[in-house]
Design a binder for this molecule. Sequence first.
Ligand code: SF4
Ligand code: FES
Length: 250
Amino acid sequence: MNLTLYVWRQKNREAKGEMVRYEAKDINPHMSFLEMLDVVNEGLIAKGEDPIAFDSDCREGICGTCGFMVNGIAHGPEPATTVCQLHMRHFKDGDTIRIEPFRAKPFPVVKDLVINRTAFDQIIQSGGYISVSTGSAPEANSVPVPKPDSDLAMDAAACIACGACVAACPNGSAMLFTAAKVSHLNILPRGQTEKALRTLNMVATMDAEGFGSCTNHRECEAVCPKEINYQFIVKLNRYYLRARLTHRKP
Ligand code: SF4
Ligand code: FES
């Protein structure tokens, strides 16, 4: 198949970017979107031009490294699919495709489609862990976890920190990401001791990093490749309210 691409090219954080037209020729429909860009890049390199910069690692939909806008949708048109798992058979021969980086103030463009997601790392660093000293791994059944709780915690833990939720939100909110990261620890028995402090610190860091507020558009849930449920945001609001009422900083 042959495609026309309009790709955001930006040399560095300070440079002014622009959309540049490329022709992608003889693309195998079974290729992933990133493999299609690899083919385009091989052509650019052969001509001595700068290849299009984009992030990827696992290319299996599990690491969260990839991600950009495809025709205005974070990770493209297929639901529950990262852009590395998006296949060209979902497009038609002759299609025009617009490719841009995730746009949000806390995610500055590094180059072309590559963005800096350090703001997410800061949120995790402020509470996305359990700090009790556990020694060696305990016997698996020593702390029983009810099945509904372990299922819910696993659903939250599926978040791969890709940032699509932020890019899709008209407010640039990171509530779905933060809710998933807070919840997967707060639901489990070992997460209880630091529950209030974790919630307050991670929400405070989210605000300090410049992410917007949630006003219930639910665009985040619609684009999330891991189908993180909006109900986790409801949960986070409850955790936060309870923590504000009960937690006294030492
Ligand atoms: S909540 Fe979904 S869209 Fe947001 S960072 Fe996690 S996996 Fe990506
Ligand atoms: S490259 Fe790992 S999720 Fe896409």
